[in-house]
Design a protein around this ligand. Structure first.
Ligand SMILES: NC(=O)c1ccc[n+]([C@@H]2O[C@H](COP(=O)([O-])OP(=O)(O)OC[C@H]3O[C@@H](n4cnc5c(N)ncnc54)[C@H](OP(=O)(O)O)[C@@H]3O)[C@@H](O)[C@H]2O)c1
Length: 254
């Protein structure tokens, strides 16, 4: 197998769902991995699974709560020291708690805002510190289809965080235009994971398996696309509808 272009990939939120499956699929494509999340026992199990399937791959794991700013910088710098170079960082850690605003669950909405937005900013700072020093790297932000439009009820805060993180990445792309550091933003649709295992399937139209959804994510990342709705069908056409349909039309279809 030829050496992959971005050899070493750091993935946050790698203990389950999309992060864990990206690790499996990138390992199969010849990448070495720096994996972090809070549940270290899940990361250790994933490391053992990858070692059994791909004994030549190097996998390092570290505990990280992304809402602990100091730990974010420590862990990213620690991985850089382990590997010497970090070629790609995938900011993936996130959660989907939420309640309609004004219904007494500021705690849930705040936790989502701190994890999905403020902690993503800390991860972006730590990633860019490494990439600026290397004058090279691939910055990947996992947003969501929910970033396309303000969404109601339990999704309001989540959608706002995902629009916010997409703008962090787009701002960096604007700044880094023509330079060796590349930026990708992914907008996943419904992909099976721990986050949506309790979602009513009738409300998750178009849900695909973790493996299929992540294959589409990994393809877009390896091509270093500026941005991609994943999987492209039905989500790329759906993004146009979500962005531009008048609200009464959108209410009828979503
Ligand atoms: N699945 C979908 O349909 C979908 C669609 C659009 C976007 N996304 C986005 O994809 C990303 C991955 O989600 P998923 O669907 O794979 O859900 P998941 O299975 O629940 O995985 C979430 C990951 O984030 C980690 N995480 C959560 N809070 C953390 C914290 N404070 N510190 C460190 N890690 C933390 C979790 O690890 P620990 O609990 O071990 O810390 C876990 O590894 C999220 O950003 C999500 O918003 C998912």
């Amino acid at each position: 197998m030829p050496e992959p272009k971005r050899k070493t990939i750091l993935i946050t939120g790698a203990s389950s769902g999309l992060g864990a499956e990206m690790a499996r699929q990138f390992a199969a494509r010849g990448h070495d991995l720096a994996l972090c999340a809070r549940r270290i026992e899940k990361l250790d199990a994933l490391k053992a699974e990858i070692a059994a399937a791909h004994p030549d791959r190097r996998v390092e794991v570290r505990t990280l709560d992304v809402t602990d700013d100091d730990q974010v910088f420590e862990v990213f710098r620690g991985f850089k020291a382990d590997f010497g170079t970090i070629d790609r960082v995938i900011i993936n850690a996130g959660l989907g708690k939420g309640a309609p605003l004004g219904t007494g669950r500021y705690d849930a909405n705040r936790e989502t805002a701190m994890t999905n937005f403020v902690a993503a900013l800390a991860q972006s700072e730590a990633a860019m510190e490494i990439f600026r020093e290397q004058n090279n790297g691939h910055f990947v932000m996992i947003s969501s289809m929910s970033a396309m439009r303000g969404l109601p009820k339990t999704m309001t805060t989540y959608a706002a965080t995902k629009a916010g993180v997409a703008h962090i990445a787009e701002g960096l792309r604007n700044e880094l235009y023509g330079k060796p550091i590349k930026v990708t933003v992914l907008y996943p649709g419904y992909i099976a994971s721990e986050m949506n295992e309790r979602v009513d399937p009738s409300k998750a139209k178009g849900m695909v398996s973790t493996e299929k959804g992540v294959r589409s994510m990994v393809d877009a990342i390896e091509k270093e696309k500026d941005s991609a709705c994943v999987p492209p069908l039905p989500w790329a056409p759906m993004s146009v509808l979500m962005k531009h349909a008048p609200l009464p039309v959108l209410k009828r279809v979503m």
